[in-house]
Design a protein around this ligand. Structure first.
Ligand SMILES: [Zn+2]
Length: 424
């Protein structure tokens, strides 16, 4: 893949020119083990950076990593960039991904973050990234991926009002928030991110402009370790960690995933105990303080919120939730149900008589499973916190929850194992 660019007043436009061995369609692993076919749908995308940003504002190795994160499934054997990368970065990428980053600039030293550098976090306004922001130091720069809507009349359910409100509220209490406009998600069809590092591309491009020594996002245990879905996998081996964990280290931007050892249950608890609760909203389709109540996320997150707050689940409320078509699609798909563990947690707390809720309880085994591990922290995940910030984040986490013990970890690994689903 050949990458060209133009940049005027901070409006950075990348052009992609495919080479012979670059895949045009690719089966990629999305969350957990379901695969989706993605297609390269556009050979251009843009990102709006501060007006005095130029290509010299970023170390060429970081620029290369940002491009890899943006278009990963469509890179064949080689990615060719407008600026040469360090020999050391080239070699690490080759070793980790079997891909070549070219050209090489023999005179370029690898990137080193400055001693005054601070963390960067991808922030969506939702529960999980808010919990991550709470755990990171207050000088962390938060990056909102501001999705440009194409003018060609493409239909979208996306409504960013609630997210903008969350960003503005975060700024108002003194946190640094950048809303970076981009149409990067339209490179592929279906629309979306090409890798788990893709939403960090704005932070990467600005890593030397603002001075960062770590980047991260708000993925949880459920996703990072594929818990609740055909077992358990080390996060360094999942699409969340691989190859990004090692490539970020190569540019001195150690991956920091503050909540990768916490389930959605705990992130909900952390946000509920914070003043941020007032403006945090998981749904990306609703309006300010009005989630759409018509998507699977609304189904899961609003039930979880009620359970965590000990609020009653009335039949009327459950009728409304079970009428969500998007949620029914998930329940009727072959097992495992998406986020089974969270649904098991929710239903294990339900003692009413609502038929569909009871049937979901049985299906996700909320009636028999031990679920207490979801209230705790998987401490091995601290390898995904940059050493500079590790103790501080760890201490903050332990103010909210305990560490999982050996028995909790065993339950976590076995509850949704492949063996279970085969026998089911
Ligand atoms: Zn919704």
């Amino acid at each position: 893949m050949i990458i060209n660019y133009t940049c005027q007043n901070g409006r950075l436009v990348f052009e992609l020119i495919s080479e012979e061995d670059d895949p045009q369609t690719e089966r990629i692993f999305t969350i957990f083990k379901t695969t989706t076919q993605v297609e390269l749908a556009s050979n251009k995308f843009e990102i709006h950076l501060p007006s005095d940003w130029t290509i010299e504002s970023v170390h060429p190795d970081v620029l290369a990593l940002a491009m890899m994160a943006a278009i990963y499934p469509f890179i064949g054997s080689t990615i060719r960039l407008p600026l040469g990368v360090s020999k050391s970065f080239h070699n690490i990428v080759k070793r980790v991904t079997q891909k070549q980053v070219l050209p090489i600039n023999e005179n370029l030293s690898p990137r080193k973050a400055s001693a005054h550098a601070v963390p960067a976090l991808t922030y969506s306004g939702g529960v999980d990234s808010t919990a991550a922001a709470i755990l990171l130091p207050e000088n962390t720069h938060l990056f909102y991926f501001d999705r440009m809507i194409p003018s060609d009349g493409m239909r979208t359910l996306l409504n960013q009002e609630a997210a903008y409100y969350a960003c503005d509220s975060m700024s108002a209490i003194g946190r640094t928030v950048h809303k970076i406009k981009t149409d990067m998600q339209y490179i592929r069809k279906p629309v979306g991110f090409n890798s788990y590092l893709a939403d960090a591309v704005p932070a990467l491009l600005l890593a030397d402009y603002y001075g960062f020594d770590t980047v991260g996002h708000g993925q949880t245990l459920d996703i990072g370790y594929q818990v609740g879905h055909l077992g358990f996998k080390d996060c360094k081996e999942t699409k969340v960690g691989n190859p990004w964990f090692r490539l970020l280290q190569a540019v001195d931007l150690t991956y920091t995933l503050p909540i990768i050892g916490l389930s959605e249950v705990t992130t909900t608890q952390i946000v509920n105990q914070s003043p941020f609760r007032e403006f945090t909203q998981a749904c990306s389709r609703g309006k300010v303080k009005q989630p759409c109540m018509n998507c699977f996320k609304c189904f899961r997150k609003s039930l979880l919120e009620k359970v965590m707050m000990n609020h009653p689940l009335t039949d009327r409320y459950l009728d409304q939730l079970f009428s969500i078509k998007d949620a029914q699609n998930y329940f009727n798909a072959p097992p495992p149900i998406y986020f089974s563990n969270i649904l098991a947690y929710i239903t294990s707390h339900y003692n009413g008589h609502h038929q569909e809720m009871l049937s979901l309880k049985k299906k996700t085994r909320g009636d028999v499973l031990q679920i207490d591990w979801m209230n705790k922290w998987y401490s091995k995940s601290q390898e995904f916190i940059a050493p500079k910030y590790r103790n501080d984040i760890k201490n903050k986490i332990l103010k909210y929850v305990d560490s999982m013990n050996a028995e909790d970890i065993q339950t976590m690994k076995q509850s949704f194992s492949e063996a279970y689903f085969k026998q089911g």
